[in-house]
Structure formats: C-alpha cells, structure tokens
Design a protein around this ligand. Structure first.
Ligand code: HEM
Length: 213
C-alpha cells in the first residue's frame, strides 16, 4: 500500500447518518441556548420563530437521539477501552504536541471518551426531555420532578456542547480527518500515523483480497 493510497473509512450511509446527527445537534444547541439565556433569546429564530422553536426542538431532539443510536450500534465495539488507551491517556502531553503513542486501533482514547460522553448525555437529555415536554408528557410528572429534569436537561446539554466542541476541534486539528466524514476516505499515511493497528488490519484485508483468484 502506497502512502497516498486511499482507505475507505465511512460508507455513504454512515456519513449521512453522522451528518443528520451533527445538523440536528447544531439546531438543538442553538435553539436550546436561546431558551436558556435571555441574552441568547434571538437564537430561537434558527428554527423560524420562538414559537416554532418551542414546538420543533423536542422533535429534532428525538430525531438526533434515534440517529445517534444507529451510530451507537455501528461503533460501540470499536470504542471499548483497552490497555493501549491507558498508554495514550498517560502520554496526552505528547498527543498535544502532535506525536502519536501506542498501537491505536480504529479510534483513539480521546475519540472513545467523546463517544461514551455523547451516549450518556443523549440518554439524560432524552429522559429529562420527555419529562419537560409540554403539552404531551409533562402533565404526567410532579412539579419537583419537572424542576429536577430541567436542571438535568440544561447541565447535560451544556456538557454535550463542550464535548462536541472538543470533537470538532480534533477533527479540524488532525489534518486529513475531515475527508473521512465528508468523502469517506483517508490516506494510508494518515491511517498509519494516527491509527496504526487499524491501518495494518486494512492493509492485510486488501492484500487478502488481491490474492483471491
Ligand atoms: C458539528 C460538527 C461535527 C464535525 C465537523 C464532525 C466531524 C467528524 C469527523 C471528521 C469524524 C471522523 C473521525 C475519524 O473517523 O477518525 C467524526 C466521527 C464521529 N462523530 Fe462527528 N462531527 C461533528 C458532530 C458530531 C456530533 C454532534 C456527534 C454526536 C453527538 C458526533 C459523533 C461522532 C461519532 C460517534 C464519530 C465516530 C467516532 C467514534 O465512534 O468514536 N459528531 N466526526
């Protein structure tokens, strides 16, 4: 395999799935910040009008949750933590200087943390979101429970926004990553540098395919 050979990292269905999650996230984060802070009220207009934002926000939230669940079932097994990840975490200062450590597989420890933080906060957002969803479900819950759910919803939303800021920064900072989610491919050099174990798996697979009659 040559350095600038392309390796497929995400198929079209996976990329569409990811961008549905990402677009929903942006709409939810902006309209949600609009609900939360009076000085950001104008952000509600991202969904047309404040009234429309109030109606659409929960439906977009359920869409994002359902789309992320598809990603969860696709990728959970690639995000299980192993001993290479502990090496990566102990050497985070080297990672920050753009040096790689350990025999990283398809995802590194940082990506795995984003993955698990996303599913935990999305579960909290869904459960608390149902409890505060007027007029459909909120009337079934007591006022103290609705207050607690509002607090959980706001805290997990702010937590997820911070996590996704790190995710987007990493995607832009590590050169050659964005094409993975936009066009579906990465170069062999990128894979070998950042995900050496995954690179070897892909190289072995392509060698086996070439050998087949
Ligand atoms: C808003 C802008 C976003 C950008 C620019 C972006 C960019 C990317 C890129 C380039 C990758 C490929 C990384 C790789 O394969 O090494 C990726 C993967 C991924 N993204 Fe995003 N993303 C965004 C939003 C989101 C959001 C909102 C979520 C979830 C709440 C998310 C969840 C994921 C997951 C789960 C993966 C696969 C990595 C893993 O399973 O550990 N992304 N993203």
């Amino acid at each position: 395999m040559k350095k600038d050979d392309r390796i497929i990292r995400y198929r079209a269905a996976e990329r569409i799935n990811h961008w549905i999650v990402a677009i929903s996230f942006v709409l939810l984060a902006l309209s949600g910040l609009g609900f939360l802070f009076p000085s950001f009220n104008w952000l509600m207009n991202v969904l047309g009008t404040p009234q429309l934002a109030r109606i659409l926000h929960p439906f977009i939230g359920v869409t994002m949750f359902a789309a992320f669940m598809l990603m969860f079932f696709r990728y959970w097994h690639h995000n299980l933590v192993n001993k290479e990840d502990l090496l990566w975490a102990r050497n985070i200062h080297k990672i920050a200087l753009n040096q790689e450590v350990g025999d990283t597989g398809r995802y590194n420890f940082g990506q795995k943390c984003v993955f698990w933080a996303a599913i935990i906060s999305l579960l909290l957002l869904l459960l608390s979101g149902i409890a505060i969803w007027r007029p459909w479900f909120a009337s079934a819950f007591s006022i103290p429970l609705i207050r607690a759910a509002l607090l959980v919803h706001s805290l997990s939303a702010v937590g997820l926004i911070l996590v996704i800021m790190v995710h987007v920064y990493a995607a832009l900072w590590v050169k050659g990553t964005l094409t993975a989610m936009v066009e579906g491919w990465v170069t062999a050099a990128w894979a070998e540098k950042h995900h050496p174990r995954w690179y070897r798996e892909q190289r072995n697979r392509s060698t086996q395919q070439e050998k087949r009659p």
